[in-house]
Design a protein around this ligand. Sequence first.
Ligand code: FES
Ligand code: FES
Length: 168
Amino acid sequence: MSVTINGKAHGPFEVRDELSMNDFLREYLGLTGTKFGCGLAQCLSCAVIVDNPDGTSETSPTCVVPAASFAGKSIRTVEGHARNGELSRLQKAFVEHFSFQCGYCTAGFLNEGQVLLERLARAPVARADLGRTIVEALDSHLCCCTGYVKYHVAVRDVILSDPQRYLR
Ligand code: FES
Ligand code: FES
């Protein structure tokens, strides 16, 4: 399989059918920013961004999904958010708001938050719906350190810092 990760083509690789995408990223490519938590598609600490050909994006768990099913796809991982050593706006907001404690869930929240920002840039929401929109977007991600509120505040902060872009 071949796959594009953070804009760079990788492969082709021969992979076993049962090799998970999580093991592929971590063991084949050394991209250990993508974590392995529950291994049951429940916590989403292992989530990456999948960029679709139509310009939309979504997150996908990697723990229970075979690496081979990502063949030909373009994905983004936590390692791809910073540019030239500078953190993304959302990464900075996570730091500024002390959103994470141990950080194990952070890559998943970051990827989900980024997908939300890009979705809102394409289809802004009313300000009155912002809180619910953030809750719905991040709802499936679990944080064992229970830092949920500060993740939500950080995402909200980024959106409110550029209302012309994200809100209608
Ligand atoms: S490790 Fe993949 S969803 Fe928990
Ligand atoms: S910051 Fe520790 S699991 Fe979320």
